[in-house]
Write a new protein. Sequence first.
Lengths: 392, 325
Amino acid sequence: MATTQTTRRQIPEWLESLVGQLGALLLALIIALAIGSVIIVLYDESPLDVYGAIVEYSFGSAEGFGYMLVAATPLIFSALATAVCFKGGMFNIGVEGQYIVAMAFAAAAALWFDFLPGPLLMWAAIVAAMIGGMAWASIPALLKVRTGAHEVVTTIMLNGVAASLVAWIIGGPLRYEETGGGYNVNLRTDPFADNAMIPDLGHLLGIRPSVKLTWLFPAAVLTAMVVWFIMRRMRLGYEARAVGSAPGSAQAGGISIGGVQIRLFLLSGLLAGLAGMQQLLGDQGFLPVGYEAGLGFIGIGVAFLGQNNPIGIIFAAMLWGVLARGETALQIETDVPREFVIILQGLLIMTVVITYQIAKRRLLTRQLRREAEVEQAPPPSEPTAGDEEVAA
Amino acid sequence: MLDDLGAAFAIALTYFTIIYLTGLGGLFSERSGIVNIGLEGMMIIGTVVGSAGTHYFTLPAPEGFGWGLPWGPIMGLLLGALAGALFASIHALATVTFRVDHIVSGVVINLVAVGLARFLSTVFFGQATQSDSGQPAMHTIDIPLLSSLPLGLGKAFQELSPMVIVAVLMVFPVTYSLYRTRWGLRLRSCGENPEATRSLGVRVAPLRYQAVLLSGALAGLSGAFLAIEVNLSWNEGQTQGLGFIALAALILSNWNPKRLMVAALIFGFAQAVPLRLMDAPVLRSIPPEFVRMTPYLVTIIVLAGFVGKVRPPAAAGKAYEGGTT
């Protein structure tokens, strides 16, 4: 009895939780793939072939790999934005609104500052996007801190406001002025100058420029690492965890809860602002109406999948990219409709959320039981037993 | 001018129906203590399944059979509600049984609904984003007396879908069941203090399951109404965030079914203005986009406590450790 107790206690807690999380992820993957297999079989296809085709389309060729990374890039940003707030015990559902407002800011900068030479214009647009995202995120943050309005509801409402606001901006101040060209003149902005665009990275790796793999992908990975550093090694991260896990103690420890919440929301908005850049400055070069790709909501799913860990998020976003790429694979290689991939994505998130929850519960109960055992354990027959009891 | 006002009011009644039904769904769920931001997703499932139900049950009825009722739309509405309830059972399973955070589960519900709707659409209609247009709807009705109002105002009460009447009358059974029955009392007490409810021998989990399923059924019915009676077909994205507007109306109503009617009517009117009243004197100078954002803005202002005060059910969204009891 005594030996088992000591060996169990020797497993460090972080390792136990990591194993638990990975186990939960694996279990979720297996369940999702198994349910997916049932659907595949209903379409008279072999699950192995179908899953094989999905993987093949991302890892079988440089081009496919590029497409996968392009799909992952914006999701890294939007998932990071969600995760940052999560660490502080808040739920930013407004990433969707924040990134579309940021896109409008970036488009305005790219069009109005077109006198800037060289890459300066691109940087101006990117900085404008960050400012736009932060500005939109500051509204729920201030409302929460000043009035106590819950951020979940205010961000949902602000998403609705943002969609209408940006539709108005595109139809009004940023309206497409050039005539001809075959476009519906009301539904997009002017095209940006070439130097507003993020330079292509793919041609260095032998990937066609039409894949649109830009320097934004390495920038996204770098951003994830910076966020990891901030949340793990800097004061804001420490304070965020304190506020997120025990606001009362945090306050007693001299942390200004409101201040931390506002700073986290601003950081979240900044990251959200970058989510639209792949589409705006990496691909299209203008802002159309109806650009909402749901990146904010998918980002929440990716953040769950990566357990709000910046490094986990990189891989989760890439997994999402593999699945997104799988749509093409299904359409070309199999009889299963491409929408099957979306079902698979949904199944995966759903199962992940539940299995993580179960894993978390198990860890917690095990921890509680261990504490109870320590309390209830009869004092070992050693001379120090009496001291321990006094200390307890 | 008054002609337009009448027509706008008719559109407002249509949107009122959508917002009110969905809002009632949210009401049951949140009054039982389960926050439901997945209403939009449940509506989406209702739209696609409702449309499919109409599609498959619209058959030429044999002579003297079916009592002359429009069975296609009726079956569509019922199946839409059923599908909404089935889909909501995922939310119930996650939040009640597995104690997943309500917001997390709601977000996932919305995320999954979009994909599931596309998938179901390929199964039902062979295409991912729409059904064949021009499906049959129910016979419209004119309201006696009101429909003959002078100055074009009567237009508001002509050619209404029967579902509008159903939605208006819904306030009676809902209010009765929530405030006059044992079930309603227990449901509400689950939302205020589940521990105390449990200590009185009432099982919390089954009541919450019922509330969330009911919530899904109402949202699904609302979605089916939108697809069958308003748009006459299924189109991807046709809910346009109305589920969130219903949520806004619910908050504004302070989780009260009678006040929800008022909120839903006002927000329904806000939806109708850009469609029908853009030539009216004052409204002419306001861009339609700004009219569309008013429901959201009003909700934020009220929530921030600048005007009025709202109080959600005390236990809504809180973890309840009782698990399956």
